[in-house]
Design a protein around this ligand. Structure first.
Ligand SMILES: [Zn+2]
Length: 165
């Protein structure tokens, strides 16, 4: 368990079960590669965890008891996002510091964001956003554009409450 935990901390990739959609979005914005399927059978989920070498985050005690998932999961104890993040920080020593960065992965697609020039972003975002921000990134899959905007401010406030930012 210890060595696996150490491994997961050095290069953590996760699979969040269907009950952890909000946590998955947060982990992605914090930069962690986090697979998530809203609808997936236990069999398919287990297969992906094993073949993609992901660390399972689950609220499902029965799933967690599966032999093949032993030492490959964290059983999340709370329904509340803050408690869930606290648990990951204390058990996996997960770094939850966003710093001055904007999100680094798309919250929806789990794809790494690419920086785009201001001029390019300015066509796609509201004028006041374009005038307020110099740094933009976009998701190559869904084309969403990210900037250090309201969701980041909200994230920082929450992370500050956790005492991690
Ligand atoms: Zn996307």
């Amino acid at each position: 368990m210890e060595s696996l935990n150490a491994q997961i901390v050095s290069s953590p990739t996760f699979f969040a079960d269907a009950m952890l959609g909000r946590l998955a979005r947060w982990l992605r914005m914090l930069g962690y590669d986090t697979a998530y399927e809203k609808v997936i059978s236990d069999e398919a989920l287990t297969a992906r965890v094993l073949t993609e070498h992901r660390w399972l985050l689950t609220r499902d005690g029965y799933l967690a008891q599966r032999k093949v998932l032993r030492n490959r999961h964290t059983l999340i104890v709370s329904d509340h996002l803050q408690d869930q993040l606290r648990q990951l920080r204390s058990e996996l020593h997960l770094e939850l510091d966003l710093g001055d960065r904007t999100a680094s992965r798309c919250a929806e697609c789990n794809v790494l964001l690419r920086p785009i020039p201001h001029a390019e972003a300015a066509h796609a975002v509201p004028a006041y956003v374009a005038s307020q921000h110099g740094t933009f990134a976009h998701c190559p899959r869904c084309e969403r554009i990210y900037w250090p905007g309201t969701h980041c401010i909200y994230m920082r406030a929450l992370l500050q409450e956790l005492g991690v930012s």
